[in-house]
Write a protein that binds this ligand. Structure first.
Ligand code: TEU
Ligand code: CA
Length: 557
C-alpha cells in the first residue's frame, strides 16, 4: 500500500483550454476570454475541477502566445483585464480553479526588457538575456533550436548573438541573473494575488543553463543537442526550490512542470518532500516514441501498443510512492489522440476515443483533458503547406524540404500525422456554420467532421464520448482506489490488450483495454473481477474483448 498524502490537486481532473481556438465571442474569428466565460457551464457539466488556460498575455503571436511581450497585460485579441477578471470570477463561482501558463524560460523579443537589453552592453537589462560573441565568425556554439535552425541569432544593434532555444522571437531569459528571478517571482505573486490557483510551467526544465559547450550531434543531425547543458540541471532545481520558497509556498496552488525528461527527473521535480513542484508532464509516449532520428518527430514511426505500454507502465511504477504524476495523450502541441493512438474512422472513432479515455483516467496521477478530446475530435488531415499556421511547421519545412534533404510528399505525410495544427482547429460546438466557434472567418479552418462531432449533439447523446468522459471523471471523484490505489501492470506482453490493476485497502480495480480493431482474447474479462464500473460496450463476451472494448471492474474487500 502506497502511503499517499491526500491533496486536492491529486484528486482533480484538469481541462486544458487553448483560448485562440476555444470560443470566439466577438466575431473576429479568434477565440477569446469572453468566449471561455460563455462556456464555463459546459466545463462544469463535464465535471472537471481545474482549467489550465494556455497563455492569454500580450504577445506578437510568433508562437501563438508562448512569446510574451507583457506578463501583466491581456493579449488584446483575447480581451481586457476586466474580461480576465470576469472569467476568473466565473470559474470560481462554479467551484472550479484556474491555472495559468507560466512561460518564463523565454520572453518575446518585443518585451521591453529585450528591447532595452539589445540597445547596449551597458544596459541594465543586458543580462536579462543570454548574449555571447561569435566564435570564428559564427554562432557561439553548435546548439540547435527546438524549432529548427541554430539556437543563436546575431543582433546587429547589440553586436552579439543571443540564445533562443525556440524561435528567434523567443529569446531565452537569463535565470542566472537574480534580477530576472525577482521579476518572474514578482509577476507570479501578482497573478496569485489576483486569485489564480496555479501554474503550468512552460519548458521549466530548461531554465538552468549550466554551460555553453558544444552539444553532442546525433548521426545526420545539423546541430548539437543543448540538452546536456540545459536540461534538468542542478541549477534548474535550485531555481525551483527558490521559487517554491519565495512564491509557491505562500498559496494553495496546483503547480505542473512541462519538464519531460525521465522518471528520475520527474521524481526530483515533483518529489514527496514537496520542495519543488506538485507534478510534471512526461513526453516519452508522445515526442519520445517518434523522436528517434535526426528529423525528430517528423517520421512515419507509429505508436504501437507494446511501445506505449512499456513507457506508460514504467512511468506509473517508477513514480508511485516517490512523486505525483500526470496522464495525458493530448495537448496543443500534439496531434489528436484518437487519430494517433486510436482509430478515427467513422466505424471506430467513438469506441477508441472512449477506450483511450478509460486507459488514461483509471491510472495513478492527475489526468489532463485537452479541449475537444472529450468529444473525440480528430486530426484535420491538411494536404498542403499553405493550410498550416504553426511556426514549428514552417521552420521544419525550411530546414528539411527547402534544403533538399526531405521530399515534400514525405514531409506533408508527416505533418498531416503529427503537426501541432491538428490540435488547434477550432472547438466544435454545434452544427451551425464554423461549428459555432465564430460568426466570423475562423483563424484556422474548422474540421469538416463538425456536423457529426460537436458538443451540442454529444451533450444530448447518452452514448457520446462527452458523456463517457463525464462518467470517467465522476468515477475518479467517487472511488479513492482510482486516485490513490497502487498501480499493478498486467498482461505486459499481450499483443492486443492493455490491462492493469489499482489496489487500495482491499479494493481491486481491474482495467482492460483492447487496443485493436479485432476481437481479443482476455481471460480477465469476466465476472470474477467484481462489478463493472464502466465500459464502452453494453454487453460482453466472457474471455474476450470486442474491438477497442474497454472495461473497468471493481472488487471490494
Ligand atoms: O512546448 C515545449 C516543446 O518542446 C513543445 O514545443 C513540443 O515538445 C514540441 O512542439 C514537439 O515538437 C512548450 C509549449 O507547450 C509550446 O506550445 C511552445 O511552442 C514551446 O514550449 C515554446 O514556448
Ligand atoms: Ca474573438
Amino acid at each position: 500500500m502506497i502511503n499517499e498524502k491526500r491533496a486536492w490537486w491529486k484528486e482533480a481532473v484538469v481541462y486544458q483550454v487553448y483560448p485562440r481556438s476555444f470560443a470566439d465571442s466577438n466575431g473576429d474569428g479568434i477565440g477569446d476570454l469572453n468566449g471561455i466565460t460563455a462556456h464555463l457551464d459546459y466545463l462544469k457539466a463535464l465535471g472537471v475541477d481545474v482549467i489550465w488556460c494556455s497563455p492569454f498575455f500580450a504577445s506578437p503571436n510568433d508562437d501563438n502566445g508562448y512569446d510574451i511581450s507583457d506578463y501583466r497585460a491581456i493579449m488584446p485579441e483575447f480581451g481586457t483585464m476586466e474580461d480576465f477578471d470576469r472569467m476568473l470570477e466565473g470559474v470560481h463561482a462554479r467551484g472550479m480553479k484556474l491555472v495559468m501558463d507560466l512561460v518564463a524560460n523565454h520572453s518575446s523579443d518585443e518585451h521591453r526588457w529585450f528591447i532595452e537589453s539589445r540597445k547596449s552592453k551597458d544596459s541594465p537589462y543586458r543580462d536579462y538575456y543570454i548574449w555571447r560573441d561569435g566564435r570564428d565568425g559564427r554562432e557561439p556554439n553548435n546548439w540547435g533550436s527546438v524549432f529548427s535552425g541554430s539556437a543563436w541569432q546575431y543582433d546587429e544593434t547589440a553586436g552579439q548573438y543571443y540564445l533562443h532555444l525556440f524561435t528567434k522571437k523567443q529569446p531565452d531569459l537569463n535565470w542566472a541573473n537574480p534580477k530576472v528571478r525577482d521579476e518572474i517571482f514578482d509577476m507570479m505573486t501578482w497573478w496569485c494575488e489576483k486569485g489564480i490557483d496555479g501554474f503550468r510551467m512552460d519548458v521549466i526544465g530548461m531554465i538552468g543553463k549550466e554551460n555553453f559547450d558544444d552539444g553532442p550531434m546525433a548521426p545526420g543531425a545539423l546541430y548539437g543537442d543543448f540538452g546536456p547543458s540545459c536540461m534538468h540541471t542542478e541549477t534548474t532545481h535550485k531555481y525551483l526550490r527558490e521559487m517554491r520558497k519565495r512564491v509557491l509556498d505562500k498559496y494553495d496552488l496546483l503547480t505542473v512542470g512541462e519538464a519531460g525528461g525521465g522518471p528520475e527527473d520527474a521524481i526530483r521535480y515533483s518529489n514527496i518532500d514537496e520542495s519543488e513542484l506538485n507534478m510534471t508532464f512526461y513526453f516519452e509516449h508522445t515526442d519520445g516514441l517518434c523522436d528517434h532520428n535526426e528529423l525528430g518527430k517528423w517520421s512515419d514511426h507509429g505508436s504501437p501498443l507494446n511501445e506505449v505500454r512499456a513507457v506508460m507502465n514504467r512511468w506509473q511504477t517508477a513514480l508511485q510512492g516517490k512523486a505525483w504524476g500526470t496522464m495525458h495523450m493530448s495537448n496543443h502541441d500534439q496531434p489528436r489522440q484518437v487519430s494517433r493512438f486510436g482509430n478515427d474512422s467513422p466505424l471506430w472513432r467513438v469506441k477508441s476515443a472512449k477506450m483511450l479515455g478509460t486507459l488514461l483516467h483509471m491510472m495513478r496521477g492527475t489526468p489532463y483533458v485537452y479541449q475537444g478530446e472529450e468529444l473525440g475530435m480528430t486530426n484535420i488531415y491538411f494536404t498542403e503547406l499553405a493550410q498550416y499556421k504553426d511556426v514549428e511547421v514552417f521552420n521544419a519545412w525550411k530546414q528539411w524540404v527547402d534544403s533538399g534533404r526531405v521530399h515534400p510528399q514525405d514531409m506533408l505525410r508527416w505533418l498531416a500525422k503529427i503537426a501541432r495544427d491538428n490540435a488547434r482547429t477550432p472547438m466544435q460546438w454545434n452544427t451551425s456554420p464554423n461549428a459555432g466557434f465564430t460568426t466570423g472567418m475562423p483563424w484556422m479552418p474548422v474540421n469538416p467532421n463538425y456536423l457529426s462531432v460537436n458538443a451540442e449533439s454529444e451533450v444530448n447523446d447518452p452514448d457520446s464520448v462527452f458523456n463517457y468522459y463525464k462518467k470517467l471523471i465522476a468515477l475518479r471523484h467517487t472511488y479513492d482506489v482510482i486516485v490513490y490505489g497502487e498501480f499493478v501492470p498486467l498482461l505486459e506482453d499481450d499483443p492486443s490488450v492493455y490491462a492493469y490493476r489499482r489496489v487500495l485497502d482491499g479494493d481491486t480495480l481491474t482495467v482492460m483495454c483492447n487496443w485493436t480493431d479485432r476481437n481479443a482474447p482476455c481471460a480477465l474479462s469476466d465476472d470474477s473481477q467484481g462489478e463493472e464500473l464502466i465500459s464502452n460496450y453494453p454487453d460482453h463476451k466472457p474471455g474476450f474483448l470486442f474491438p477497442y472494448e474497454a472495461r473497468v471492474m471493481l472488487k471490494r474487500k
